[in-house]
Design a protein around this ligand. Structure first.
Ligand code: ASP
Length: 323
């Protein structure tokens, strides 16, 4: 039997609906802890309740602690795979953080639920069982951190939460899932082509993210610069363009050695230096803005945080974000 480390961090999957008020919240006791016996029929499970937090309360501090815990246990214990339960709101961020900081070959799977443990049609236990089956599968090795919900297997890099309440909320725009969980097995039909990880011990940098909109000007850039940030991610318009009134302040930021990474606020596609007008991608690229290859804003922010922590050079940053 495969040995799986199951780490609970909280989220709806660990919550209970109060039938009188209709609110969903944590109980003192995590209801998932009652399921461990039945899970032991699928794999040899050791359980760690690391946090009991709603995922909007998760910060990079918790992500770092989780990363350290996994690294330590995988080295000291004989583990075949890891499953993490997590709130769905920031699940993709924790999954991606682990993906860029842990280079192990063994499967690491993150899962959650859209319905709490006592709601009709609760999806938590089902997703947890699917995730354990994936983590126990040899074919899941070497594919980076995976996100498993609703019978689908996604990469941490591409997956995102697309719906506020639907159980099919997790999708990988442009690419789709890389595998599926069936009644009898775990089937992969794609594999990531590359992985690059940075070995970090702490997070000390401050990277923030802004979303561009029609008519945006440079005042917000002046304000964030005065906060003493180490990096900025902008969700730009379309193929990677910004309103012209932002350009001067953006230039000042780059001249002050603050890296600026551009992603698109569009759901699909890459940012590229295509447009030559004022504020167009060509001008932004010439200023030294770093163009990112299909990552969404929240993941580009984590990638920049991790890269800055590893002291990578400006040239290497450009290269990293093209991958
Ligand atoms: N708000 C919840 C959380 O992220 C949503 C969930 O877990 O599905 O903790």
């Amino acid at each position: 039997m495969k040995k799986i480390l199951l780490i609970h961090t909280g989220g709806t999957i660990s919550m209970i609906e109060d039938k009188t008020t209709g609110t969903i919240q944590q109980n003192q006791q995590n209801p998932l802890l009652n399921t461990t016996n039945s899970l032991n029929e699928i794999a040899d499970i050791s359980v760690l309740e690391l946090f009991h937090l709603p995922s909007p309360h998760i910060t990079t501090n918790e992500m770092l602690l989780l990363m350290k815990e996994i690294k330590e246990r995988v080295v000291t214990e004989n583990i075949d795979g890891v499953v993490i339960t997590h709130g769905t709101d920031t699940l993709e961020e924790t999954a991606y953080f682990l993906d860029v900081t842990i280079s192990f070959e063994l499967p690491i799977v993150v899962t959650g639920a859209m319905r709490s443990s006592n709601e009709l049609g609760a999806d938590g236990l089902y997703n947890l069982i699917s995730s354990i089956r994936v983590a126990a599968s040899d074919s899941a090795r070497g594919k980076g951190v995976l996100v498993v919900l609703n019978d689908e297997i996604h990469t941490a890099r591409n997956v995102t939460k697309t719906h506020t309440s639907n159980v099919a909320t997790f999708q990988s725009p442009q690419y789709g899932p890389i595998g599926i969980v069936t009644k009898r097995g775990v089937v992969f039909h794609q594999a990531p082509l590359f992985r690059e990880t940075c070995n970090i011990k702490s997070i000390t940098k401050k990277v923030i993210m802004l979303k561009a909109y029609a008519g945006m000007d440079g005042t917000i850039l002046q304000a964030v610069q005065s906060l003493g940030i180490d990096g900025l991610v902008i969700e730009a318009l379309g193929q990677g363009n910004l309103p012209p009134l932002m350009v001067n302040d953006l230039k000042e930021m780059i001249d002050n050695d603050i890296p600026v990474v551009l992603v698109s606020r569009c759901f699909n596609g890459f940012v590229e230096d295509v447009y030559g007008y004022d504020g167009g991608g060509k001008q932004l690229k010439d200023l030294g803005v770093i163009f990112s290859n299909g990552l969404n804003g929240q993941k580009a922010r984590l990638k920049l945080l991790v890269a800055l922590e590893s002291n990578v050079s400006q040239e290497k940053l450009q290269e990293l974000f093209q991958k």
